[in-house]
Design a protein around this ligand. Structure first.
Ligand SMILES: *Cc1c(COP(=O)(O)O)cnc(C)c1O
Length: 382
């Protein structure tokens, strides 16, 4: 059977073959398999040098200092470390976040709420963006941290992090940004985008799963408490033997992302345009989220009169995501789509198509033809 066309790059990306080639060098007896924390022999020194070179590659993508990068197991852990670590030991702490953050942020904040931390949940407009004024008017003297994502994983919309960050910096409030969906999709520069903590993930940018990073701005004002204790790795912020192969894989992946950023944005814009043009003959297609502030690779569409679940069944030759979490019996509509004000009915009609580095024009043409076909058929039998 022919493999379906992969249109779920926002869920995960394949590892770039150049990244896999890099990773394999750090595993086997003839490779650099040493423990990067081993100080007494060359096996350790070589592994440590590789880890530090990858740290520079990750730092370079976001214009940070390598000493500001802490390795983690992924963006989920980075989000947990940033938020729990910033709040730890603070009395009467107040947090600000939004209702359409990734679960790694939403559930961390909900857990802190149960521990007595006060949380303000901002609601975005129908474009999926949080406006700077919403953040500023929610600030209190007790506000410790604001956590907002740069690019939303379901909608692809981009929030104005630079404006929010500038104001928060002047008011002395910490700012955490989940940039897992932004890395490799738009330029990120922590020198012009004032944030204190930023989460990154390897597997959303053609690196391996199970590795991520947290940018922690070097400043006496930015202190986060470790959430995993042990050997005191990563300047005490995150203990555990560093997975050299994962880390060098993420470093290589982000170096490729930095070098090919502009070219890739253009490629994805062209693919998106041809995909949308291919859908032109269908009426009743809505692009969910901001029409202008968005990354090209994430396309969330609702099809009038067609349930996403039926559409997915009809589109078996495409690997896409409905954003709905199937609980045993009931299908829950996505909390993100509900969060931007879509009715249950409209949220049930949304599908996310996400494209990336290995998507071809032929695949896009095939995908749009399939969608036109299946949507037309489903509408006819209504
Ligand atoms: C994928 C994703 C995460 C989780 O990252 P992992 O590395 O899989 O833990 C967090 N935030 C956003 C926005 C994501 O897209």
């Amino acid at each position: 059977m022919k493999k379906p066309v992969y249109l779920d790059y926002a869920a995960t990306t394949p590892v770039d073959p150049a990244v896999a080639d890099e990773m394999i060098k750090y595993l086997t007896p003839d490779g650099f398999f040493g423990n990067p924390a081993s100080r007494s022999h060359g096996f350790g020194w070589q592994a440590e040098a590789a880890v530090e070179s990858a740290r520079s590659q990750v730092a370079s993508l976001i214009h940070a200092d390598p000493r500001e990068i802490v390795w983690t197991s992924g963006a989920t852990e980075s989000d947990n470390l940033a938020i729990k670590g910033a709040v730890a030991g603070r009395e009467n702490a107040h947090l600000i976040t939004s209702t359409i953050e990734h679960k790694a942020v939403v559930d961390t904040c909900k857990w802190l709420e149960l521990q007595g931390v006060e949380v303000t949940w901002l609601e975005p407009g129908s474009d999926g963006r949080i406006e700077p004024d919403q953040v500023f008017s929610a600030l209190k003297p007790e506000t410790v941290l604001v956590s907002l994502m740069l690019v939303n994983n379901e909608l692809g919309c981009v929030t104005d992090i630079a404006s929010i960050g500038a104001e928060l910096r002047s008011r002395g409030v910490l700012f955490h940004v989940d940039a897992a969906q932004a890395a490799g999709k738009l330029p990120i520069d922590v020198t012009s985008m004032p944030v204190d903590l930023m989460s990154l993930s390897g597997h959303k940018v053609y690196g391996p799963k199970g590795v991520g990073a947290l940018y922690v701005r070097r400043s006496a004002d930015v202190r986060i408490a470790a959430q995993i204790h042990g050997g005191g790795h990563e300047r005490g912020m995150r203990s555990g033997t560093l997975p050299t192969h994962q880390i060098t894989g993420m470093g290589k992946a982000l170096a490729i992302a930095e070098a090919s950023l502009e070219e890739e944005i253009t490629q994805l814009e062209n693919l998106r345009a041809s995909f949308m043009a291919g859908l032109n003959e269908l009426s009743g297609v809505t692009l969910n989220g901001s029409q202008t502030h968005r990354v090209p690779g994430i396309i969330n569409l609702s099809f009038e009169g067609v349930e996403a679940e039926s559409l997915i069944l009809g589109l078996r030759s495409l690997a896409v995501s409905s954003g709905s979490a199937c609980a045993s019996a009931a299908v829950e509509p996505s909390y993100v789509l509900r969060g931007i004000g879509l009715s249950d009915e409209l949220a049930h009609r949304a599908l996310r198509f996400s494209i990336g580095r290995f998507t071809t024009p032929e695949e896009m043409a095939f995908a749009s033809a399939q969608i036109v076909d299946v949507v037309t058929r489903l509408r006819a039998v209504r």
